[in-house]
Design a protein around this ligand. Sequence first.
Ligand SMILES: Nc1ncnc2c1ncn2[C@@H]1O[C@H](COP(=O)(O)OP(=O)(O)OP(=O)(O)O)[C@@H](O)[C@H]1O
Ligand SMILES: [Mg+2]
Length: 290
Amino acid sequence: MALLQIDNLTVQFETATGWFKAVDGVSISVEKAEVLAIVGESGSGKSVAMLAVMGLLPWTAKITADRMLFEGRDIQNISATERRALIGKDIAMIFQEPVASLNPCFTVGFQIEEVLRVHLRLDKKARRARAIDLFCQVGLPNPEERLNSFPHQMSGGQCQRVMIAIAIACSPKLLIADEPTTALDVTIQKQILDLIMDLQAKNGMGLIMITHDMGVVAETADRVVVQYKGKKMEEADVLSLFENPRSNYTKALLAALPENATGDRLTTVSDFFDGNPEPAPSAGTNGVNA
Ligand SMILES: Nc1ncnc2c1ncn2[C@@H]1O[C@H](COP(=O)(O)OP(=O)(O)OP(=O)(O)O)[C@@H](O)[C@H]1O
Ligand SMILES: [Mg+2]
């Protein structure tokens, strides 16, 4: 049984000119302890798809899916109470913007202890000890003092570490990491990525790594889903994707990597991609029509 199975997910938002499909019939599954990368350009619906799974989209979003199962259990039609018990505990998410995702009015210590209080019902002393342990695990210096800091008193990298600590606080079975390193300085991107991968291996978590960075995909993923304009273009194990990309869009993504540049200027996806994402007819089973 897959850890998470999403079939034919569609998310629409109403606009002045009608309904806009931000996610258009995407199916995704993640096995226990597997790392799935979702890659695609800005606006391709990566975050919206995962926020739909978490139940965190505004009520104005129209969400439909044939199936949304977590450990075989329907998570599409559960009550708000059941969802609150699941989200943040068994399924956790590292949000795209760490600083904006923390509450500016409370210390980070209060915010992490609140998760431990609600989900694990730990008493005050146990909460504090666990919070310090978690801050140690994510490499925050002076964890005891840090508990008293407000988000604005910390750097972006430190806030990201707090977010990761909150996400792993209840040892989730599935962690969704939404561009966990994009907002950070290059020098700490690798540290944060290594940290997430260490925790994934140590805890045997399923991990969905959302990124637009093919380097991150190569370093972390077992399997990859390529998304474009809300649609799944291709799905393959990581080696096949790099060695034998099927869809034109994936080929363009790979051709645009700096290391593949041939001339004296860097290329972009649009240099290689004419907007027709379909794979060639003989492309086999991994294409969008599979
Ligand atoms: N609450 C909302 N209301 C209306 N449209 C939205 C809303 N949230 C997202 N969208 C639109 O849905 C589309 C997909 O957005 P999404 O944030 O999922 O992109 P993304 O693939 O995560 O991009 P990025 O790499 O920049 O994070 C975008 O066109 C966005 O403008
Ligand atoms: Mg996003």
